[in-house]
Ligand binder design. Structure first.
Ligand SMILES: [Zn+2]
Length: 375
């Protein structure tokens, strides 16, 4: 097995975890990018490009003059607010590493850097570490897609699933905001002159909920609701915000068409639909080839048999898969508790999972050189 130094991995993870980086704090994320630049430059011998979009700081290392063939994708922002280190300090005890964002996904970022540093030839590798994944990648989406387009593989360093599972399917996400416009009137004096947007939005909520298809794993959840101003006024406006999750693109389009076809139930009310498809699904067809390769390589490395998981949460891997780029996700740390108090990384898994990632990258790079094909 390729010998990755556990001590070196742990030291770099500690450096990143000890720099807090909540996505919404632009200065904190910029500072985290400075720290990450230091760690990466020391390992790779070259500084990254610093790409600031809408105030959010992303880093990219690209090797070779041609277009990238292998993308290592991660993020250095976390969901943990400033001050979290005081309540959740960095620690390594009894084989368990803790600290805000260690599992999701600073350990994964460090693994990617160590893998790139270990390669005899990095030509064709791109490492992109974004700073706004946890809020849906509003500024980095285009950057991610431009970097992934044409790659033979996108390896996503998000935390693994239960039992170290790689994430071979992720649901796609759509978000909508449906507004009904009615007409206000005094609820006591002349209610008949009003158009009750609250009643209409109630109909819309039921129509939306009926779009779910549990058999196909399609959820449509009307999640945030409001209507009305005072108890003696017919509501002039009603709003519902909806979260939609789907396993396949066909379902995402079916729900999208149906949401856009919503019509008011009350005469003279008006329905406006905002939002739309946010992340396409990461379908099994995008990950199957790379997962098969990962299983073979794991066996060669003497690792336990790799398992796969399908999850409802989306990641930036959804964007790369949405372009048709072969994508394998969950290649980061093994552990548990993303976004939760018990967030942790299993230390003994770090060197072997890093070795697995290295084997994947080398395999895809050399295969590309030899055959010019996509795995
Ligand atoms: Zn993450």
């Amino acid at each position: 097995m390729t010998g990755f130094s556990l001590g070196a991995l742990l030291a770099d993870i500690e450096t990143l975890v000890c720099c807090e980086s909540p996505s919404s704090d632009l200065d904190a994320v910029a500072h985290s990018a400075d720290v990450l630049t230091g760690v990466g430059t020391a390992l790779l011998g070259v500084a990254p490009e610093r790409i600031v979009l809408d105030g959010r700081t992303h880093l990219r290392w690209r090797f070779g003059d041609g277009p990238p063939r292998v993308l290592l994708l991660g993020h250095h922002d976390t969901v943990w607010p400033l001050g979290s280190l005081a309540t959740h300090p960095f620690s390594v005890r009894d084989g368990v590493l803790r600290g805000p964002g260690c599992f999701d996904m600073k350990a994964g970022v460090v693994m990617a850097l160590h893998v790139a540093a270990s390669l005899p030839d990095r030509t064709g590798v791109s490492i992109l570490v974004t700073g706004d994944e946890e809020i849906g990648s509003p500024s980095s989406r285009g950057l991610i897609e431009d970097e992934a387009r044409g790659c033979a593989a996108a390896f996503v360093l998000e935390a693994s699933g239960d039992g170290g599972a790689l994430k071979t399917r992720r649901k796609g996400v759509s978000r909508y905001r449906i507004e009904v416009t009615g007409r206000a009137a005094h609820a006591g004096l002349e209610p008949e002159k009003g158009i009750n947007a609250g009643i209409d939005i109630a109909h819309q909520v039921l129509a939306l909920a009926a779009l779910a298809d549990p058999g196909r794993g399609t959820s449509v959840v009307p999640a945030v609701l409001s209507a009305g101003t005072t108890v003696n006024t017919v509501p002039a406006a009603g709003v519902v915000e909806v979260d939609v999750r789907v396993w396949d693109e066909e379902e995402q389009l079916r729900v999208d068409r149906a949401v856009r076809a919503l019509r008011p139930v009350l005469a003279d009310a008006r329905v406006t639909v905002g939002g739309g498809i946010n992340r396409p699904p990461l379908e099994a067809s995008s990950s199957a080839g790379l997962f098969g390769l990962a299983r073979e390589l794991a066996a060669e490395l003497g690792l336990p048999e790799l398992i796969e998981a399908a999850v409802g949460g989306a990641s930036d891997g959804n964007f790369t898969a949405g372009l048709g780029v072969p994508t394998l996700d969950g290649l980061g740390a093994v552990g548990d508790g993303a976004h939760a108090d018990h967030e942790h990384v299993l230390v003994e898994e770090l060197p072997r999972r890093t070795a697995l990632l290295a084997a994947l990258v080398e395999n895809v790079l050399t295969k590309g050189n030899r055959e010019g094909i996509v795995p």
